[in-house]
Design a binder for this molecule. Structure first.
Ligand SMILES: [Zn+2]
Length: 398
């Protein structure tokens, strides 16, 4: 998720912008005519991520470390995001000579959201209680009721705006078409689903009603800005679908940001507080950093205790982000501190992963923002080489 809106949630650590749920999606698909209904590719929901790691020798380790790219120390590029209409839209679809996409009805969206997958399997009771706004409703079936109620139909204005944006991105997404699923669906949700944050599940991109409301509100005075923001959101979310569809490549792909694979032994106390990101539900990679204290860090998100109306009703009132110091041995990462604690992002962490974005809660999210920068041909970034590396990575895949 790049939840652009969640940027504010990370006020504790200035460099962080959003959580695992971001945004408004993109589009790079071509809208034509044809009708295709209710063919959500639910089979794609829940692709298992790779978790088995090969052991590395100390020599290999040292060699790899030397190869880790270091980024220049400059300020991250700031971007913002920010949409209207309600009235059930008819079931309809769009197709393309590049990739098939269609607008999902509320019913189908609710069905896909309710399906068990990697994300739902990773969810913890405390975070479910917060998402349900009730500390006693901590089961998956409690959450699934929200998914059914929170799934919305598209209005004609909304789907038209998104189709235009997708069509404008079509050509620039051509090189990635063969790496995308054969069909992508676009769903819409209320704040009942994942705190109202845009995200993805399987091949379904979920747009928050608030993001679309922001789009229309901004378009009234600054149409170019509104279009740019919506494109960025779509591209960020599309990247999650692209990445999930090719999850066996993650070890190589995440190495663009300097991350290395490891099987993380997650302490139960920590796991109980985890906030699971639907776009990146696993912690299978760490960022190696030169330190006498530890071998590196894992960016991690937790919730600040169980749901309590006094504390706040929004997911953002509970989100905590930081870096977990870890030691790595034979492909396994363990907590380096006697008591696991979240550390603020350090300069050497940014030296490693680059400063093109403050959305650093997971390599998947950082790459998604960089992918959007790439397709939108953003200039003036601190680390433009990352965009080139992403472009080359996908160009080299079969
Ligand atoms: Zn994201």
């Amino acid at each position: 998720m790049p939840y652009r809106q969640v940027q504010a949630y990370f006020s504790t650590f200035a460099p962080v912008r959003c959580i695992a749920f971001i945004s408004l999606g993109i589009g790079g698909l071509c809208a034509c005519t044809t009708t295709h209904t209710e063919q959500v590719d639910t089979e794609q929901v829940g692709i298992a991520q790779n978790s088995v790691r090969e052991a590395t020798s100390p020599a290999q380790e040292a060699a790899t470390r030397q190869a880790i790219p270091r980024r220049q120390n400059t300020s991250p590029l700031q971007t913002n995001q920010s949409a209207q209409s309600r009235a059930p839209a008819p079931d309809f679809a769009q197709t393309s000579d590049l990739v098939f996409y269609y607008f999902s009805t509320a019913e189908t969206t609710g069905d896909v959201l309710s399906k068990n997958d990697d994300y739902t399997n990773a969810l913890q009771p405390t975070e479910i209680g917060i998402k349900n706004k009730d500390a006693t409703k901590t089961t998956l079936s409690d959450l699934q009721q929200n998914y059914k109620t929170g799934a919305l139909d598209w209005t004609p204005d909304e789907s038209k705006a998104l189709s235009q944006i997708i069509n404008e991105l079509r050509e620039d997404l051509t090189p990635y078409q063969k790496h995308l699923p054969s069909a992508i669906s676009l769903g819409k949700t209320s704040a009942l689903v994942e705190g109202g944050l845009p995200h993805t599940r399987g091949n379904l991109i979920l747009f928050a009603q608030s993001s679309l409301d922001d789009y229309f509100a901004t378009a009234a005075s600054s149409p170019d800005k509104a279009i740019e923001n919506l494109k960025e959101l779509f591209l960020h979310e599309l990247h999650h679908v692209l990445s999930r569809h090719n999850n066996t490549l993650h070890d190589d792909y995440f190495s663009i940001l300097g991350f290395k694979p490891c099987t993380f032994i997650e302490p139960s106390k920590l796991k109980a507080r985890r906030l699971t990101n639907p776009d990146a539900p696993h912690y299978n990679h760490y960022a190696p950093l030169d330190s006498e204290e530890s071998d590196g860090v894992i960016p991690y998100i937790t919730v600040a205790g169980p749901y309590n109306a006094q504390k706040g009703e929004g997911l953002g009132d509970y989100i905590e982000f930081g870096l977990l110091a870890v030691n790595e041995e034979n492909g396994t990462c363990t907590i380096a501190d006697s008591e696991p604690g979240l550390r603020p992002p350090s300069d050497d962490f940014f030296d490693l992963i680059g400063r093109n974005t403050n959305y650093i809660i997971h390599p998947e999210e950082t790459l998604a923002d960089n992918f959007a920068h790439l397709i939108l041909e953003r200039k003036g970034l601190a680390n433009p080489e990352i965009l080139e590396e992403i472009k080359n990575f996908w160009a080299q895949q079969q």
